[in-house]
Design a binder for this molecule. Structure first.
Ligand code: COA
Length: 358
C-alpha cells in the first residue's frame, strides 16, 4: 500500500484528466495533500479574510499539521483512485488498490488481502458525524464479508479521530430533544454492535491523536498500532457524558480499575507510550517510520492462513460477546440520559461558543 513517486505523478495526471468536476470540498482536500506531499507542513502566512479562495486552501493545508510527506502522498493517491476512472486515452489499468465507491466520509480500499477503512474528514480532525457512523457500519458489514483476511481502521490527516462530532448535538431536532437522544442511543448501540460482532481480525492503525469514542472502541480491536505522535483522551466528564464502546467493562479489564478510572472518569490524556504500558496499545512506532513499519508487518500477517486467523479471533472474542452487547446497551441507556442533562448541554455550548470567540 505504499505509493511511489510514480504512483503520485500518475495520480496528478489522472486529476487533470477527470471528466467530472469532483467538487470544491474534494479539490481542497487534494490541494492540501498535494502541498503536504511536495512541500511538507504549511508554514506560509494565513491569507486575509477577504481572500476567500486562498484562505480556504491555506486552511485545508494547515489542517494537515505535521502529517509526513509520504503519508500525504499515499493519501493523495488513494483519494484520486476513489474518483471516477480517467478517460480511455489515458490507457491505465484499474489501480490494484481499488477503491470502494459510494462513501463520502471514508476512503475504503482493498489490497494484499487487507481492507483499509480510512476516516476521511481531515479538516474536522476526522470527527464522526452521523453520516460517518452509518458509513463505518456499511464498510464493516462489507469488509466482514469480502475476501480480505483482516480489516484496518485508520485516519486521514494529522488526527486518528477527534471522536463524536459535537455538532451532532446542535442540529435542531425535528422530533424534539428526547426523541433525538433516543435515536442517537439506538444509532450508537448499533454502531458499537458492529465492532463487537466483527468476524475477522480488526486492527487500528492510530496515526495521530484519538479522542472519545475513537479511543473507547480500541478495546474491541484485536491489535492497536500507534504512532508516537498519538495521544488517547476520553474527556467524558468534562462533557457531562459517560463512557461508551464497552470501555466501562473492557478498560478496567485491560488496564485495571484504577488506571481505567483515571482515563474514563477524570479524562486523563495518555501518551502513546503510556497507553502501550497500560495494555490498550499493542506497539508504538516512531512517527517518521510508522506507516512503513506497520504496513510491512501487516502485509506479512496477511499471508497467514485466513481461516485460522478468523477462527482464532472468534475463539478469543466469542465467549465475551453476550456480555459486551449487554454492556453496550447499558452504556447507551446511560448516555441517552446524559445527553439531556444540563451538564452535557452546557459543555457542548461551551465548545462551540469558545470557537466562535476565536
Ligand atoms: N466535533 C465537532 N467539530 C470538531 C471536532 C468534534 N469532535 N473535533 C474537531 N472539530 C472541528 C473544529 O470545530 C474545527 O472546525 P472549524 O475549522 O470549522 O472551526 C476543526 O475541526 C479543526 O479543529 P480545531 O479545534 O480548530 O483544531 P485544534 O488542533 O485546535 O484542536 C481538538 C483539535 C480535537 C483538540 C479540538 O477540536 C477538540 O477539542 N475537539 C473536540 C473533541 C471532543 O471533545 N470530542 C468528543 C469526545 S467525547
Amino acid at each position: 500500500m505504499r505509493a511511489t513517486q510514480q504512483d503520485f505523478e500518475n495520480a496528478i495526471n489522472q486529476v487533470k484528466l477527470l471528466k467530472k468536476d469532483p467538487g470544491n470540498e474534494l479539490k481542497l482536500k487534494l490541494y492540501a495533500l498535494y502541498k503536504q506531499a511536495t512541500e511538507g507542513p504549511c508554514h506560509v502566512p494565513k491569507p486575509s479574510v477577504f481572500d476567500l479562495t486562498n484562505k480556504a486552501k491555506w486552511e485545508a493545508w494547515n489542517a494537515l499539521g505535521s502529517l509526513p510527506k509520504e503519508v500525504a502522498r499515499q493519501n493523495y493517491v488513494d483519494m484520486v483512485s476513489s474518483l471516477e476512472a480517467p478517460s480511455e486515452s489515458f490507457g491505465h489499468e484499474k489501480p490494484a488498490d481499488s477503491h470502494r465507491p459510494g462513501y463520502e466520509t471514508l476512503l475504503v480500499t482493498s489490497e494484499d488481502g487487507i481492507t483499509k477503512i480510512m476516516l476521511n474528514r481531515p479538516t474536522k480532525k476526522n470527527a464522526i458525524n452521523t453520516q460517518m457512523y452509518h458509513e463505518i457500519m456499511l464498510a464493516l458489514e462489507a469488509s466482514g464479508k469480502d475476501d480480505s483476511v483482516f480489516t484496518v481502521v485508520t485516519g486521514n490527516g494529522d488526527y486518528y479521530s477527534s471522536g463524536n462530532d459535537l455538532s451532532n448535538f446542535t442540529d435542531s431536532p425535528t422530533d424534539g430533544v428526547e426523541e433525538k437522544a433516543k435515536s442517537s442511543a439506538v444509532l450508537l448501540r448499533n454502531f458499537v454492535g458492529h465492532f463487537i460482532d466483527f468476524p475477522k481480525p480488526l486492527i487500528a492503525v492510530v496515526n495521530g491523536p484519538a479522542v472519545g469514542i475513537s479511543v473507547t472502541l480500541l478495546g474491541l480491536f484485536d491489535v492497536v498500532y500507534a504512532s508516537d505522535r498519538a495521544t488517547f483522551h476520553t474527556p467524558f466528564s468534562h462533557l457531562g457524558q459517560c463512557p461508551e464502546g464497552c470501555s466501562s467493562y473492557l478498560f478496567p479489564k485491560i488496564m485495571g480499575p484504577a488506571k481505567a478510572a483515571e482515563m474514563l472518569v477524570f479524562g486523563k490524556k495518555l501518551t502513546a507510550g503510556e497507553a502501550c504500558g497500560q495494555g490498550l496499545v499493542t506497539e508504538v512506532f516512531p512517527d517518521s517510520t510508522f506507516q512503513r513499519e506497520v504496513w510491512t508487518r501487516l502485509k506479512a500477517y496477511s499471508k497467514l492462513p485466513p481461516n485460522a486467523m478468523r477462527i482464532s479471533k472468534q475463539i478469543i472474542r466469542n465467549r465475551e460477546k453476550e456480555k459486551l452487547h449487554a454492556v453496550n446497551a447499558e452504556e447507551c441507556n446511560a448516555l441517552q440520559e446524559r445527553w439531556l442533562s444540563e451538564e452535557c448541554l452546557n459543555a457542548i455550548l461551551n465548545f462551540f461558543s469558545k470557537k466562535a470567540k476565536l
